[in-house]
Write a protein that binds this ligand. Sequence first.
Ligand SMILES: C[S@@+](CC[C@H](N)C(=O)[O-])C[C@H]1O[C@@H](n2cnc3c(N)ncnc32)[C@H](O)[C@@H]1O
Length: 274
Amino acid sequence: MRDADCIAFLQWALPKMGFRWPGFRKVRGQVCKRVGRRLKELGLADTQAYREYLSSQPDEWAILDGLCRITISRFFRDRKVYETLGDEVLPELGRQRASAGEPVLDIWSAGCGAGEEPYSISILCHHSDDPDLQRAEVRVLATDSDEHQLDRARAAIYPLGCTKDMPAEIRDSAFEKLHQDQLLLREPLRRDIEFACQDLRQEMPDGPFHLILCRNVAFTYFVEETQRELLAALNQRLLPGGYLVIGAHEKLPSERSPFDPLPHCTSIVRRVDR
Ligand SMILES: C[S@@+](CC[C@H](N)C(=O)[O-])C[C@H]1O[C@@H](n2cnc3c(N)ncnc32)[C@H](O)[C@@H]1O
């Protein structure tokens, strides 16, 4: 399939599924490949034939929706964000828990990919020398709508390239080397994570949470109306003083946001009750 054909097709199809084209522009290659494979499977000649197929077979829209999941991720993606989480946010949440006399620290990774994001949080907590964080009982819930991603997350085996943003000494102690540049995350770092298959647009865990990560999913790929609805739902599940982390290239949809960004790391916002 020619790139121009794929672009025209995506610009037509994405808004019909509640997605925004600009979010896909740079990463369209992954979706175009899958759409090309789907055309072959269906024996269709081109994207025009696929448009007609979609009009006559409405169930195909759900399949196309699944083909549009971008799965790019890596450990400690956006190092500044992880530095701020490790040096500031997680210790502060640990202090909050200690002063409340409640050890449990609840964290949700929404759109968790193949586990790189929730495991990065687990690694930060295990490597921290902050006494309050060390005493906290950290529970991470990680959800994704893609079963294949969740299977990969549970297996916890990654190519070396996935760890290129991690400080080397942390990487070396977090993983066991397998073969051919494959790394297995060590068992203690996997222990406190629960994975569940959920589509953010249809269901969410009840919470509440002290920290929610919703990065490079909702605020990149979904239309603004869905973004607003999801932001309200995330806000409801966040405790007062809790934190939301979004992608480094994302911004929140609402001008009157119930969140204050951290001045030195605007991808991390704190819930404020105005
Ligand atoms: C680009 S990856 C981002 C992973 C991680 N949050 C990060 O920033 O590195 C997007 C992930 O969101 C998942 N996803 C896409 N749409 C979703 C939805 N509606 N509900 C839940 N997860 C979704 C995809 O399967 C994929 O694993």
